[in-house]
Design a binder for this molecule. Structure first.
Ligand code: ADP
Length: 267
């Protein structure tokens, strides 16, 4: 009982020092949720804001690779708390990947154990004073995202979708899920939104177009912006370079700029 109370106090103390806690989630997997979370965190850190990124997409923790800090292990600080891994001067990261000795092994922990680790990612991590904590939640609206949303009280939710109808359908569910939890919805991001043909420069709407914006209007939520498909995202992601880093002239980097400005200063 005492241990539980201590933990609750540590969580409350940690949360108190974090101004905004943004839960990034999606109705389904594979829509680019983790990529969006990583690039938003990185982009925000370039605005001279103190940013933490928490990767709790336990079954596929690939944030460390995307941000070029793969292979690092978590270590305690002088007070015995877990020290997050620095990505740059303003961005720190905690990921399940840092606890896995072999990143080719799947995480097959049972529910209660996973939740214990996630609790410790708040209670026992030296996050310090942050402007934003970006939380990459597992996809969907099942037990796991639900437990996470309850464990880590977010101040807002951001939903990532593709323009494809199946993704939009699941995103409506995700919006209702957030509403039921009493989470304010910061807005919708439409990812994989059109592709510029590298040969003829014409636009190809691979997964459809405009669905995210229509859905946002229909569900009475803010539309934050659309991020086109760009093979560079995959190439750079595999090299551990976020597209927001030094690729300011690309349509994708501009899209992130717009989304970030809308998150920081909602219109
Ligand atoms: P999720 O977290 O929703 O499962 P990921 O962020 O892991 O999805 O992205 C799935 C794949 O799609 C990754 O290979 C990623 O590099 C790629 N990807 C994400 N967004 C884009 C985009 N806008 N253009 C091209 N590839 C993308």
């Amino acid at each position: 009982m005492k241990e539980n109370n201590d933990e609750k106090q540590r969580i409350a103390a940690a949360l108190n020092r974090i101004k905004n806690r943004l839960l990034v989630f999606s109705g389904k997997g594979g829509v680019g949720k983790s990529t969006v979370a990583a690039n938003l965190a990185f982009g925000l850190s370039k605005k001279d804001l103190e940013i933490g990124l928490l990767d709790i997409d336990i079954h596929g923790p690939n944030m460390a690779k995307m941000l070029g800090v793969e292979g690092k292990m978590l270590e305690p600080d002088s007070e015995g708390r877990i020290r997050p891994i620095p990505v740059n001067d303003n961005l720190i990261l905690i990921s399940m990947a840092f606890l896995l000795e072999d990143n080719t092994m799947p995480v097959i922990w049972r529910g209660p154990m996973k939740m214990k680790v996630i609790t410790q990612f708040i209670s026992d991590v030296a996050w310090g004073d942050l402007d934003w904590l970006i939380i990459d939640s597992p996809p969907g609206t099942g037990d796991e995202p639900l437990s996470i949303a309850q464990l880590i009280p977010a101040t807002g939710a951001l939903i990532v979708t593709t323009p494809q109808e199946v993704s939009l359908l699941d995103s409506r569910k995700a919006i209702n899920f957030a509403r039921r939890l009493g989470l304010p919805i910061v807005g919708i991001v439409e990812n994989m939104s059109g592709l510029k043909c590298p040969h003829c420069s014409r636009d190809i709407d691979l997964f459809g177009a405009g669905g995210g914006e229509r859905m946002a209007a229909e569900m009475d939520t803010l539309f934050l912006g659309r991020i086109p498909i760009d093979p560079k995202i995959v190439e750079l992601g595999d090299k551990g370079v976020p597209i927001a880093d030094g690729h300011g002239d690309s349509a994708v980097a501009r899209a992130y700029e717009q989304i970030i400005s809308r998150i920081v200063l909602p219109v």
